[in-house]
Design a protein around this ligand. Structure first.
Ligand code: ADP
Ligand code: MG
Ligand code: MG
Length: 325
């Protein structure tokens, strides 16, 4: 009988779209894990180059072409991502809409550091709103992209991390890795169940130094949280979120964070953003249209609302938020 030591968990950290992205594999020999990580690293570098909204690269070139009314040839990966973004935008009734890059930039969020200086004037905001950029202005034919509206400026930040984790999951699966956890600022996705010890993810309590609860992710699930407590700036006692309400061309107000659990990273990420923008009456409809059921939404009056599907998955954590949910 040969006794073999269990394979160690292997982890690596990547830097993509201004976030640290950690990958940990479980249950495979270290050499196999490192080979898979090398493939991932190359893929992440490509995504960073092609999808970044404020660094030279493919997306910047596409934005320049669209502003000039020209069509532009993109990488097949980007074309696919844009198709997915347009579909998600439609299902969110435009509350998630990656075409609002001009608005995001005007509010100062096209930078790795918090905005400085004054927020845009009412006149600037009115102009942004009049431009009415929407994903439905895009025509995507194979890998050729054009926009009928020169105000469209793409910013994929609201679903790129989720989409990157979906692609990473596919890469790892192709490399024979069945068990892994992927973590990118505000988003976690898992493969497998960590040898019957599911990866447990805490949802932070934005009001206290604690957590609302934890969720044990099932194989293939993705949990994303969006809100106003990670990227924002304060002016005159008001907190401006980096999430823009496309209906007003101003940062969304009233929601502290939204967490969405689904079996797709891009979907969880896009829905978390859309449900921050959606109002009290609208968000359940938007969630249903987008096809997400497990949602936790925290508003700035301190209330926490969890859908039955989310409540069924939330586990108490010692020292966690004691409020009824
Ligand atoms: P995080 O960056 O913390 O993951 P989100 O997933 O909510 O947060 O993405 C927010 C980013 O998406 C913003 O920084 C901006 O680049 C972009 N964005 C802002 N508002 C919208 C919107 N309504 N629809 C689509 N993208 C948006
Ligand atoms: Mg996100
Ligand atoms: Mg998002």
């Amino acid at each position: 009988r040969v006794l073999t030591a269990p394979a160690p968990d292997v982890s690596e950290t990547f830097y993509v779209f201004g976030t640290l992205l950690e990958v940990e594999t479980h249950g495979v020999p270290e050499a196999q894990a490192r080979d898979a990580m090398a493939v991932l690293g190359a893929h992440f570098r490509q995504m960073h180059r092609d999808w970044h909204a404020w660094a030279p690269g493919e997306l910047e070139s596409l934005n320049a072409a669209m502003a000039a009314g020209q069509s532009f040839e993109v990488d097949p990966g980007l074309a696919k991502l844009l198709q997915q973004g347009r579909d998600l935008a439609c299902r969110s009734e435009g509350l998630f809409d990656p075409a609002v890059g001009g608005m995001v930039e005007a509010w100062g969020f096209h930078a790795d550091t918090p905005p400085e200086g004054d927020p845009p004037s009412d006149a600037v905001v009115a102009k942004l709103l009049a431009g009415a950029p929407k994903m439905t202005d895009l025509t995507i034919t194979g890998t050729t992209v054009r926009s009928s509206n020169p105000a469209v400026q793409l910013d994929l930040g609201a679903y790129a991390k989720g989409a990157a984790l979906d692609l990473a999951e596919a890469d790892l699966t192709a490399a024979g890795i069945r068990d892994a956890v992927l973590n990118a600022g505000g988003g976690v996705q898992v493969l497998g169940d960590h040898g019957s010890r599911p990866w447990r993810v805490a949802i932070r309590d934005p009001f206290e130094w604690g957590v609302v609860g934890a969720v044990s992710l099932r194989p293939g699930e993705a949990l994303h949280t969006s809100g106003n407590y990670e990227r924002y700036f304060d002016r005159g006692g008001i907190r401006f979120s980096h999430i823009i309400d496309p209906r007003t061309a101003r940062p969304m107000r009233g929601v502290v964070s939204v967490s969405v659990l689904s079996d797709n990273g891009a979907l969880s990420d896009a829905a978390a953003t859309a449900l921050c923008v959606a109002g009290e009456e609208d968000w359940p409809r938007i969630a249903a249209q987008m096809g997400v059921r497990a949602v936790l939404r925290i508003t700035d009056d301190g209330s926490i609302f969890a859908t039955p599907e989310m409540r069924a998955r939330l586990e108490a954590v010692e020292g966690g938020f004691p409020a009824p949910i």
